[in-house]
Unconditional design. Structure first.
Length: 315
C-alpha cells in the first residue's frame, strides 16, 4: 500500500526531493509515435515553461529537471522560510498569478477597494493568506499545478478525456549532499542513458543544458537554484557545490557503460569544459553575480542560512 504523502515529505529531515510523474499506460507526453508518425515533441516546451513558471511563484526551487518521452523528473528544494517571510500582499499576489482567489482576496489587493472591507472581512482574507502561504511551500500543490495543466492541454490536443498521468507523482527524499548530487546527475543524464542525446549539452529540455548555455556567458540561469560553492555569504541561497565540479561529475558519470543502460557519453569525447568552450569561463564571475541576480528574493525573504562546513564536489 502506498504511504501517505505527509509521511514521505518531512522538512525537518531535508528540503530536497526527487519527484517523478509518468503517463498512464503508453500515452505520449513527448516524443514521436512510431506507429502513427505523430510528433508530440512540442509538449516538452509546455512542461519546461510551466515548471519554471511555478518555480517563480512557489517558495520551491528547481535544482534539476529532465522532460522525457513519457515521464518527467524534477529535483526540488522547499524554501519554507521564504514563504513564512512573505507579506500577506506578496502571498496573494503570487497565488493570484495561478488562481483567481476569492472575491475578498481580490478586493483586498485592490488599493481602492481595500478600505471598504470590514474587520471581519479582513480577518477572512488573512485566513486565506495562511492557507495560500502553506500551499506555496507544498510539493503536492506544486506538482498538482504542473501535472493538471499539462494533462488538460494534452487531452484537449488529443480530443479525449480521462486520466493522463499514472496516479500521483512519486517523491523521494534526498537526505544528504551525496544523495542530492547523485540524484541531480541521474536526472540530467536521463536523455543520454536512453539514447536520446550523446552528451549533456545536447540534451534538450534538461537543467544541465540550461546551465551550460548560461555558463558560456559567465552566468547562471535565474530560473534554477544556483551553485554557490563554498561561499561564506550567509544570505546566498543555492547549492553548496561548484558548478564546474558538478559538470565534470556529470561528464565522468555519463561515460560509464552499464549493461542495463542503453546509452553513454562516447569515451573519445573531449572533457565537457573543453568541448563546450567553458574552459574560458570566468567561474569567479559566475558565482559573484549570484548575489545581484537574486538580491530581490534575498531581501524579501530575509533568510539567513549557515554555510560553514559545506563540502565541495569530489571528482
Amino acid at each position: 500500500m502506498p504511504r501517505p504523502r505527509k509521511s514521505l515529505i518531512c522538512l525537518d529531515e531535508t528540503p530536497y526531493y526527487h519527484c517523478v510523474s509518468r503517463c498512464v499506460r503508453r500515452a505520449f507526453l513527448c516524443g514521436k509515435d512510431k506507429f502513427s508518425g505523430k510528433s508530440y515533441e512540442h509538449r516538452r516546451q509546455w512542461v519546461e515553461n510551466r515548471l519554471l513558471k511555478l518555480a517563480s511563484v512557489f517558495a520551491i526551487d528547481v535544482c534539476a529537471y529532465a522532460v522525457m518521452s513519457n515521464h518527467t523528473h524534477t529535483v526540488l528544494r522547499i524554501d519554507k522560510n521564504l514563504a513564512l517571510a512573505m507579506s500577506p500582499e506578496e502571498v496573494l499576489s503570487r497565488w493570484h498569478t495561478l488562481h483567481h482567489g476569492t472575491l475578498l482576496t481580490r478586493q483586498f489587493m485592490n488599493r481602492d477597494q481595500r478600505p471598504n472591507l470590514s474587520e471581519a472581512q479582513i480577518k477572512t482574507v488573512f485566513s486565506c493568506v495562511e492557507i495560500y502561504r502553506k500551499r506555496l511551500y507544498d510539493i503536492s500543490w506544486f506538482m498538482r499545478l504542473l501535472n493538471e495543466f499539462i494533462a488538460r492541454k494534452a487531452n484537449k490536443e488529443d480530443e479525449c478525456t480521462g486520466r493522463f498521468w499514472e496516479g500521483r507523482f512519486k517523491s523521494q527524499a534526498l537526505l544528504d549532499e551525496s544523495a542530492l548530487l547523485a540524484c541531480m546527475a541521474y536526472v540530467d543524464l536521463n536523455p543520454i542513458r536512453v539514447g536520446n542525446a550523446k552528451t549533456p549539452e545536447k540534451a534538450m529540455y534538461t537543467s544541465v543544458n540550461r546551465r551550460i548555455s548560461k555558463a558560456k556567458v559567465n552566468k547562471q540561469p535565474p530560473e534554477l537554484l544556483p551553485f554557490i560553492g563554498d561561499s561564506q555569504n550567509s544570505k546566498l541561497r543555492g547549492l553548496p557545490f561548484r558548478l564546474e565540479d558538478y559538470l565534470h561529475l556529470v561528464d565522468q558519470t555519463g561515460r560509464q557503460l552499464r549493461s542495463n543502460i542503453k546509452g553513454a557519453i562516447p569515451q573519445n569525447c573531449e572533457p565537457i569544459l573543453s568541448r563546450t568552450g567553458l574552459t574560458q569561463t570566468d567561474w569567479s564571475e559566475v558565482v559573484s553575480t549570484i548575489e545581484s541576480n537574486f538580491s530581490s528574493k534575498i531581501s524579501l525573504a530575509l533568510v539567513k542560512r549557515k554555510t560553514g562546513g559545506r563540502q565541495q564536489l569530489a571528482c
